[in-house]
Write a protein that binds this ligand. Structure first.
Ligand code: COA
Ligand code: AMP
Length: 636
């Protein structure tokens, strides 16, 4: 490995974090510049830039307009599902955001208030996020593929003053009406907002204000018609910018908090140094604003940089074909793109020889970045050969907000090793630990942990629950943050991430909780108990499978169990959302458990994936595993 720029930068970030991050902070415009960099006064909860103040929206929009980028495209909405493309300049986006911020202010939204945003990939979603940032309000975007139970859990926890929703999202196969799902979620939630704002789309116009509700409902256009633009509100660097809920193992989602100051500094640094994107470049992230990749690399990082971001409302395949990404790259002269490996696997399946690439001029493309799940060497090799550009893996999580490990293309391109996201990024002191918390030597697999403090931009805590943060992340290995992933570091310092060591699912790069799918299954009147496991899938990385034990006395004829299984699949679609992609539920006689009653999901997963199962000595009845083998792996 060459050591020109990466090694000294990384070393300084670990040994002299104040020096490293105070230099990085100069790329951000502050109202009160930072004098304190790392604040460990409340360890293990560390804060960055305590005492400094800024506004994130100002850094994403106003400063670029002031500095002459007003006519540069800030956002290109490319929507094959509606057949439209709209380019919005920095000046245009600023005008829309300032006005919508005024509209939210007219509903009483102030600094610190929460606003839930439930919208698909339309510019108004970005406008709503930045309008919150402008006011110092805290947005919480909920992925449009989530159904009422998931949405309700987030509303319950975030307690928003206002909910902003779209009337519908558009999937290639159907129009997904959001308003009935929002209504159902608000009916379930004990917390009610003061106002609901609905952005009407012509594909499904929603009924707004027709029900008798405790809250006021209005359309986006009605609200904005009388609104006056407002200026940015000063916030502390440590004030929350957003809450993004993510799945743990239980059904209760975790509210990841992102602060304003550390986030702006880290994302701006990452854009130039990791992704090699400079002001004026065109950048395309194919994800969704409801996920962390969308927050960081569709919205905030490119705009903080003064780049142009492509907001793509479509799929990698089927809108209209497997050349969709190449068309976007050619049409908008994209310099680098970012998506999940699944998207490339879907393209590879439809166009294995990459013949559609030749139909588009992708000469502007310099790099492809992939993250969200493990980048398998086959997909890496395929993408590299059909595109002829470096394909760069990067590993991170909702909690961290930006890469823990990557190949820093802007700082210093390092050799790429298939199967590895390369090396730790500044501020991340990555360690591989055994079960006792002792560090393991190079080449040995263990739990991936990060020595505290985590760098700027990572979660300072969970929303309203410091204790859950400490218990869930900081207690397993004292002095460290437990990532939940397992892996190893090789002799060259390259990290290899093998996957989650807990029961969190990763389906097509979407993080889902076994707990919430199990809660949906358990709600069926015929189900006594159930378990959900993630099994390996060629396209989506993992797919969930449900195993249920029926209550005594329930009809177990083939016809009856088929009907129950179909109802269970539908329940998960209705409660969690179609994105859970649960298609297979099997009725079984019993589930394997430890003597204390813990269901052995990992053991079942290993059987389903054809691996040697780890059977704990505390198993209650080992014969249950034998009866499950033909169900979990019928072809073996
Ligand atoms: N709103 C409503 N429904 C949604 C949705 C949304 N935003 N996103 C997905 N869904 C639905 C889909 O329509 C599908 O429904 P169906 O079962 O009726 O067909 C279901 O959820 C599963 O969706 P998806 O995971 O997208 O699977 P798919 O088979 O339709 O497509 C891929 C497969 C690989 C093309 C797709 O998963 C993809 O583009 N992945 C990219 C990964 C990604 O962006 N990850 C984000 C983190 S980086
Ligand atoms: P999310 O919080 O949705 O971004 O999901 C984070 C999880 O996705 C991580 O804990 C990993 O299990 C997985 N993940 C993300 N990126 C990668 C990657 N590049 N390689 C392997 N796993 C990844």
């Amino acid at each position: 490995m060459t050591t020109d720029a990466y090694t000294p930068a990384y070393r300084q970030s670990i040994e002299q974090p104040d020096a490293f991050w105070s230099e990085a902070a100069k790329a951000i415009e502050w109202i009160t510049p930072p004098t304190t960099i790392l604040d460990s006064s409340n360890a293990p909860l560390h804060r960055w830039f305590t005492g400094a103040s800024l506004n994130t929206c100002f850094n994403a929009l106003d400063r670029h307009v002031r500095d002459g980028r007003g006519e540069q495209p800030a956002l290109i909405h490319d929507s094959p599902v509606t057949g439209t493309t709209e380019t919005i300049t920095y000046a245009g986006l600023l005008a829309r955001v300032a006005t919508f911020a005024g509209a939210l202010a007219s509903l009483g939204v102030e600094k610190g208030d929460r606003v839930v945003i439930y919208m698909p990939m339309v510019p108004e979603a970005v406008v709503a996020m930045l309008a919150c940032a402008r006011l110092g309000a805290i947005h919480s975007v909920v992925f449009g593929g989530f159904a009422p139970a998931e949405l309700a859990a987030r509303i319950e926890d975030a307690q928003p003053k206002v909910v902003v929703a779209a009337s519908c999202g558009i999937e290639p196969s159907r129009v997904v009406e959001y308003k009935p799902m929002l209504d159902a979620a608000l009916d379930r939630s004990t917390h009610k907002p003061e106002s609901v704002v609905v952005f009407q789309r012509e594909q499904a116009v929603a009924a707004v204000g027709e029900r008798d509700t405790e809250w006021e409902e209005m359309t986006w256009d009605e609200l904005v018609a009388d609104a006056e633009p407002v200026d940015c509100v000063e916030v502390a660097a440590t004030d929350p910018l957003y809450i993004l809920y993510t799945s743990g193992t239980t059904g209760r989602p975790k509210g990841i908090v992102r602060d304003n100051g550390g986030h702006a500094v880290a994302l701006r640094w990452s854009m130039g140094n990791i992704y090699g994107i400079d002001p004026g470049d065109v950048w395309f992230t194919a994800s969704d604003v409801g996920w962390v990749v969308g927050h960081s690399y569709i919205v905030y990082a490119p705009l903080l940089t003064g780049a142009t971001t492509v907001l793509y409302e479509g799929k990698p395949v089927g809108t209209p074909d497997a050349g969709a990404f190449w068309r976007v790259i050619a049409e908008h002269r994209v310099k680098a793109m970012f998506t999940a490996p699944t998207a490339y696997r879907a393209i590879k399946r439809e166009d294995p020889r990459g013949e559609l690439v030749a139909q588009h001029d992708i000469s502007s493309l310099e790099t492809v970045f992939l993250a969200g799940e493990r980048l398998d060497p086959d997909t890496y090799e395929w993408a590299t050969s059909v595109l002829g550009v470096p394909v760069v893996d990067n590993w991170w999580q909702t909690e961290t907000g930006w890469p823990i490990a990557a190949n820093p293309r802007g700082l210093q391109p390092l050799p790429i090793k298939a199967g590895s996201p390369s090396v730790p990024m500044p501020g991340y002191a990555v360690s591989i630990l055994d079960e006792t918390g002792a560090p393991l030597p190079a080449g040995e697999e263990g739990a991936i942990a990060i020595r505290l403090p985590l760098p700027p931009g990572t979660l300072p805590t969970l929303w309203g629950d410091d204790e859950r943060y400490v218990d869930g992340y900081l207690s397993t290995y004292p002095g460290h943050y437990a990532t939940g992933d397992g892996g190893l570091v090789d002799e060259d310092g390259y990290l290899f991430v093998m996957g989650r060591t807990d029961d969190v699912l990763n389906v097509a790069g979407h993080r889902l909780s076994t707990g919430s799918i199990e809660a949906a299954l358990a709600g069926h009147p015929d189900v006594a108990e159930c378990a959900v496991i993630g099994v390996a899938d060629e396209l989506k990385g993992q797919l969930p499978r449900g195993l249920v034990v029926l209550k005594g006395g329930v009809d177990t004829s083939e016809a009856a169990t088929q009907r129950i299984c179909a109802e269970l699949v539908q329940r998960v679609r209705d409660e969690v959302g179609a994105v859970a992609a649960l298609r297979q539920v099997d009725v079984v006689a019993a589930l394997p458990k430890t003597r204390s009653g813990k269901i052995l999901r990992k053991t079942m997963r290993e059987i389903a994936d054809g691996r040697v199962p780890t059977v704990p000595g505390t198993i209650e009845d080992a014969s249950v595993l034998e009866t499950l083998k033909p169900v979990l792996r019928p072809d073996a």
